[in-house]
Design a protein around this ligand. Sequence first.
Ligand code: 3PG
Length: 212
Amino acid sequence: MNQSIEQLLDSTSVIPVIEITDLANALPLAQTFYDSGIKTLEIVLRTPVAIDAIRLISNNTNCLVGAGSVLTRSDAHLAKEAGAQFIVSPGFTPKLITDCESMAIPILPGVSTASEMMGLSERGLSLFKFFPASSSGGIDALKAISGPLPHLSFCPTGGVNKSNFLDYLALTNVKCVGGSWLAPSHTIIAKQWEQIRNNITETLALLDQIQL
Ligand code: 3PG
């Protein structure tokens, strides 16, 4: 039986959102994350090399690789063929949900309104990307949503960073968070692996404080 998105992300608290522009950076970056203690990665399909980066990382590391910024069936299909184990989309269409179900690949669909959440809940989904988190009301919005929709959980992304991710994770309806703060694009382009390692170490140390 296929794993649900909840099962797949069960032990994940932080998902780095990663944009790779140079394929040569894919493996050193993925290995930096893996060695530093973050094994779930979202590679966004916003560059010509993104699918090849997913393939390289899937074939050569033990990272759990997802494809982000997925908009169409074709995106999802290419990502799955390359080894992606889950799909992340900024929003959703009913067709994209059906397409991912038919391909048997879990999807973390983006939502920002109660109506979108209710619609997907009716389809049996219960874990969503809350996007764009900060401009959609951030922590206050997620707290408000937990009243009428207590059965739903979220991965807030968009404006989540080192300074606020613990506040999001403290919410009962936040399962994990996503963001680019661990490996901003300019640090990847400049191959600043040490800087990225420090970002990861710092984030995991902060996470340890609330998990004691
Ligand atoms: C995205 O899809 O771009 C993510 O939400 C990352 O957002 P961030 O750069 O604000 O972390």
